[in-house]
Design a protein around this ligand. Sequence first.
Ligand code: DGL
Length: 272
Amino acid sequence: MDMRPIGVFDSGLGGLTAVRALRQILPEEQLIYFGDTARVPYGGRSRETILKYARQDVRFLRSFDLKAILIACGTVTTTSLETLQAENPLPIVGVVEPTCRRALLVTKNKKVGIIATLASIRSGAYEAVLRRLDPSVEVLGKPCPLFVPLVENGRFRPGDVVIETVAREYLEPLKAAGIDTLILGCTHYPLLTEIIRDVMGPEVTLVSAGEESAFELKRLLKAGGLRAEEGAHCGGADFYVSDQPEDFERIASVFLQENIRYAARRIDIDQY
Ligand code: DGL
């Protein structure tokens, strides 16, 4: 048993999709979330810059005594996971491998689409893992660079003509290609689930990177004897951001819909 908190980070709000899943499947765990809202989005930046930012994010989180870190960000996972794992002596889980495993379990026609940030698609990481796990799978990747800025600006609700137009432009080619499974390879994208489902139709299964990584973390904690005492108390979540907290708090409370403390504290990420 290990009562220390789990660190979770993303470039901004997207990692809340993993937090939501963690709160459901590991309610007794204490979470410390960092959203790098001063520097979001990461997805259009170079690998070197993303790694530099990710190292600072991890250094900040490790100023707490953590038992594990969940990289709730597709962009950081696809570009920096191995480096961060090699540099830090604690379990670090990313989103790519668990998400690919789930996609291969649900696809029937073996045509899997991936939508993610430009950096993630350019890295080829999702595609490489899918092909390693099943060489016969057909993979179609599509970067969706406007999704993250729109979500961060609160433009993720059905009926919003801007996000719906952008979604149709990105997604219709994937639908036309006949995929039956679509990986939401950026943790911001599950906030667009309804809009994406509307374009893709009910016959395409959506797989969320945030959720699958939460299940992976649960397995890892269990295997390592690192779970908090089950049922003993309800863990909480502390939120930190690198820019003004108000916008984050507003969207977090809508999204998490849970009675936890949303107050986010601002930190200076350049100090780390
Ligand atoms: N949530 C991040 C991801 O999963 C968004 C990246 C970005 O900041 O562009 O890729």
